[in-house]
Ligand binder design. Structure first.
Ligand SMILES: C[S@@+](CC[C@H](N)C(=O)[O-])C[C@H]1O[C@@H](n2cnc3c(N)ncnc32)[C@H](O)[C@@H]1O
Length: 309
């Protein structure tokens, strides 16, 4: 799906949990007189919030054709202090430094499909004044175990020779990919753990293996990891959480399946690990869970390198 068309933008704007959290943060953190960069302005919504918060000047940077729509939004809302800039965050040269960078740059589980992370760090290092503010200021990563077999069974369906066709060559492949799913809380172990964090004012590279331990609640089988993130936008508000135990957002969660179920027992610690690995076109994941001597691992790198060439 492309940012050149309205489908994704309407979905994001309809997500009030997301958009209102940004509105509150911008209102709290942008001070009258600030110069602001809105990196990836899309329809321009965050730029309008920034001007309304009193920004002296807002650079609305966007590389897709949606900048045309943003220009119309700015005009219709009598925004006179927003400067639309057509360009790519990886290479663009801005007219000057800024006090605040606001960007809704996070993909599913932050990194899925989102290639805005490295351009964002470049813009921060080049244009953010010392002591300037990043919105969001911090992203945290969270995980738990999936206890409902349904998502696993759906992905393993090719094992059963559907339509009388032998899919054996590829039947395991869907279990080595992450999948977007909106989980219900009753599909998951109730405990979750923070496995990592990105400090947006100082982060220099992707997190190494992100890891945490939860105590299993019952004797049962588990079928994969559920991962999500929360964005601390920098205001006093609670973080904008995209988790299964919070109000739903357009980010839903990522399911990192196991190849076969992992048995756990009540009171046992389970160590959950997710690694993010960069790649020229997209990010890849490797994941694992260990309980006692049993371990399950998944990895979408080999899959792409071999099967989907
Ligand atoms: C998740 S959308 C957010 C849109 C808008 N800020 C909002 O909150 O509704 C990210 C936007 O960033 C733009 N974008 C992605 N990478 C970019 C880049 N390297 N340079 C400029 N814009 C980029 C996309 O085209 C898209 O419009």
């Amino acid at each position: 799906m492309s940012y050149d068309t309205f489908q994704l933008h309407v979905m994001m704007l309809r997500d009030r949990v997301r958009t209102e959290a940004f509105a509150r943060a911008i209102q709290a953190l942008v001070k009258p007189g600030d110069r602001v960069l809105d990196f990836g302005c899309g329809t321009g919504v965050l730029s309008v919030f920034a001007e309304r918060a009193g920004a002296a000047h807002v650079y609305a940077l966007e590389r897709s054709r949606m900048l045309g729509a943003a220009r119309r939004v700015f005009a219709a809302n009598s925004c006179t202090r927003i400067e639309p800039i057509a360009g790519d965050g990886a290479t663009v040269e801005l007219p000057g430094p800024v006090d605040v960078i606001v960007s809704e740059w996070m993909g599913h589980f932050v990194f899925a499909e989102a290639l805005m992370f490295e351009p964002l760090l470049r813009l921060r290092d080049t244009y953010l004044r010392p002591g300037g503010r990043m919105i969001p200021a911090r992203c945290t990563f969270h995980a738990t175990l999936v206890t409902d077999p349904t998502p696993f069974e759906e992905l393993a369906c090719l094992r059963a020779r559907p339509y009388g066709i032998d899919f054996a060559e590829v039947a395991e492949a869907p279990l080595f990919q992450s999948h977007m799913i909106a989980f219900r809380r009753d599909q998951l172990m109730p405990q979750s753990v923070q496995i990592g964090a990105l400090e947006m004012h100082s982060v220099r590279c992707l997190p190494d293996a992100m890891r945490g331990t939860i105590e299993c609640d019952a004797d049962r089988l588990t079928y994969g990891l559920c991962g999500w993130f929360a964005a601390e936008l920098g205001a006093q508000d609670p973080p904008l959480s995209t988790g299964p135990f919070d109000p739903p957002t357009c980010w839903v969660q990522l399911f990192f399946p196991f190849e076969r179920p992992l048995p756990v027992r009540a009171g046992e610690p389970a160590t959950l690990e997710i690694s993010v690995l960069s790649h020229p076109q997209r990010y890849h994941y490797a994941w694992s869970a260990r309980v006692g001597r049993e371990e399950r691992r998944g990895d979408d790198i080999l899959l792409e390198a071999s099967l989907l060439r």
